[in-house]
Design a protein around this ligand. Structure first.
Ligand SMILES: O=C(O)CCC(=O)C(=O)O
Length: 264
């Protein structure tokens, strides 16, 4: 799929870009896969149930090998070629999938965070596609801070969405209080239709509001890495966990469940 150079430039400069209609032919199949996943979640399922009794925020990871619709999407959709173009990479390696469903009325706010410090992979080439399967208004949509992929070399402390630290005792800088400075920040968010996606770098700071709307907010997120991806052994038990990988720290990131899907 040809990606206009201004789209690539925006992604590189801002660490986030909106892509309209790129996965249009895939929405129904992905939704069928999500229904199948809901019926049989994996051992990695982690859903947040708000203390106020409002609807849950369902999450599950790494199901593309067992859910046929997800597998077809990873291997056959334009995602891999798009990923390579945005990353400026000659290859696109699939990292993992993540389903995130905020049920109508769920009060769970996804706090500001970067994904990179959660992952056992590092490198300058990465992209996550937040791909909604329902129409989402801006009041429900993902929010990304433009340029924040260049804020920190070492990354900010990863915490679970309930506020608990992912790597207790690890030496990370805390993310500043961004809510207090929101009005001064270049926050990007868009109303989206199924088939659209927001593409962002693993280092881009992002979050999402509660779902005060009357419909579910089903999202299929798929994450990709490029030529310079390296294994970070210290984070093999991160989120998602890849505890079985026996790569040396800093080795090229290669795993059977993370195939190179696209080569230029
Ligand atoms: O969908 C959300 O609420 C959060 C999404 C997110 O953090 C991600 O895709 O990395």
């Amino acid at each position: 799929m040809a990606v206009p150079s201004e789209v690539v430039e925006t992604f590189q400069r801002e660490g986030v870009v909106v892509l309209r209609g790129v996965f249009g032919g895939w929405t129904e199949r992905l939704a069928a896969g999500v229904a199948r996943l809901r019926a049989a979640p994996s051992a990695l399922e982690r859903s947040y149930r708000p203390a106020d009794g409002s609807a849950p925020f369902f999450q599950d990871f790494c199901n593309w090998q067992r859910i046929a619709e997800f597998r077809a999407f990873v291997l056959e959709s334009p995602a891999a070629a798009l990923a390579a173009a945005l990353m400026g990479s000659s290859t696109a390696r699939f990292f993992h999938d993540h389903v995130l469903i905020k049920e109508p009325g769920s009060s769970v706010v996804t706090p500001w965070h970067q994904d990179a410090p959660y992952y056992c992979v590092a490198g300058s080439q990465s992209v996550s596609f937040w791909t909604p399967l329902d129409p989402v208004g801006r009041e429900v949509a993902l929010e990304c801070i433009a340029g924040s992929h260049r804020w920190s070399e070492s990354g900010f402390r990863p915490v679970r969405f309930d506020g608990s630290p992912l790597f207790p005792g690890a030496d990370f800088a805390d993310l500043p209080d961004l809510e207090a400075r929101r009005a001064d920040l270049p926050v990007r968010s868009w109303a989206l239709e199924p088939g659209d996606a927001v593409a962002f770098d693993f280092r881009t700071v992002h979050g999402a509001p509660a779902n005060a709307s009357l419909r579910p907010r089903r999202v299929f997120s798929h994450r990709w890495v490029g030529d310079d991806a390296r294994f970070v052994a210290q984070r093999a038990h991160g989120s998602p966990p890849f505890p079985h990988l026996e790569l040396a720290d800093g080795a090229p990131f290669e795993a059977p469940e993370c195939p190179v899907v696209w080569r230029g």
